[in-house]
Design a binder for this molecule. Structure first.
Ligand code: PAF
Length: 286
């Protein structure tokens, strides 16, 4: 497995593989890899000759009062996970390699960034689009893999790739959960044991909403209220949002159609967790 730190080294190595006719799969990450990332890596390995993983805690997607400094990092563990999984190259740049002095270009998206997480994280998706567009230009993959847990991010990246003519297939991969239903996330490591226990309410509220929707319940406002009430049974849960939106537009819906996303963000202390499900239930593409 090769580890690169500069854009130049990375591009050179990838060009060699592409010259030899190899297809490139790409898994962009911020590190502190868990089974969710592992499943993206496995998908990439199954469908491409070469798999590249980037590990970069991207400063431009964190707000001023967010967790950039304390975001968990463990390159040694990430590196062994990648090695064992069969990754061919890790791109692990320092912030200066991605944003050298004088850097002043941004990639932004309209429409899709205002709802859901965009309400409390107004600059977040501009940071995500900027770094992902840069990474796409550096790695130049055939396919790139993103988790459905970040449903808004996945929708935005698909739209950005289409709008900016990136010739890359964006593959969404299913949410990987702990045994008790909590969606895997690097941020779960911040939770105290009590917060961790109460955080299982998020998946329970989603499963409950899904089962109501399946049994023919059509009152969207009622469903949302019920989810809020369920989550609020946990005293440590502080709801940022619970929304029922159209999966494609991310706009709130008034009645059920056949492409619904139920998404939520809830704080436990300083830790903000997100989760979602779709109705009808889809395992995303993979
Ligand atoms: O989902 C993430 O880990 C990040 O937002 C991404 C896509 C790697 C961009 O920094």
């Amino acid at each position: 497995m090769i580890v690169t730190n500069t854009v130049k080294q990375t591009k050179e190595q990838i060009k060699k593989w592409q010259k030899a006719g190899k297809s490139i799969g790409f898994v962009p990450t911020m590190g502190y890899l868990h089974e969710g990332h592992q499943s993206l890596i496995q998908e990439s390995i199954a469908h491409n000759d070469i798999t590249v993983v980037s590990i970069f805690v991207n400063p431009t997607q964190f707000g001023a009062n967010e967790d950039l400094d304390k975001y968990p990092r463990d390159f040694a563990a990430d590196s062994s996970l990648c090695q064992e999984a069969g990754v061919d190259l890790i791109f692990h740049p320092e912030p200066d390699a991605m944003y050298p002095p004088g850097f002043c270009s941004l990639v932004d998206i309209t429409r899709l960034k205002y709802s859901l997480c965009g309400k409390s994280r107004p600059d977040h998706f501009q940071g995500v689009c900027t770094v992902v567009a840069k990474l796409f230009n550096i790695v130049n993959p055939d396919r790139a893999y993103f988790g459905q847990k970040d449903a808004q991010q996945l929708t935005i990246i698909k739209q950005m790739a289409k709008d900016l003519d990136f010739d890359i297939e964006i593959v969404g991969c299913q949410i990987i959960r702990e045994a008790d239903g909590l969606a895997k996330s690097s941020r779960n490591s911040y939770l105290t044991p009590q917060q961790r226990e109460q955080a299982t309410i998020l998946n329970k509220a989603l499963v409950q909403a899904q089962s109501h929707a399946r049994s023919g319940f059509t009152d969207i406002a009622g469903l949302k209220e019920e989810m809020i009430a369920t989550i609020n049974t946990m005293p440590l849960a502080d709801i940022d949002y619970v929304e029922i939106v159209d999966s494609k537009t991310l706009e709130p819906v008034m009645e059920f159609n056949d492409d619904i996303l139920i998404a939520l963000a809830v704080r436990f202390g300083a830790t903000r967790l997100i989760d979602n499900t779709t109705i009808p239930f889809k395992q995303e593409e993979k």
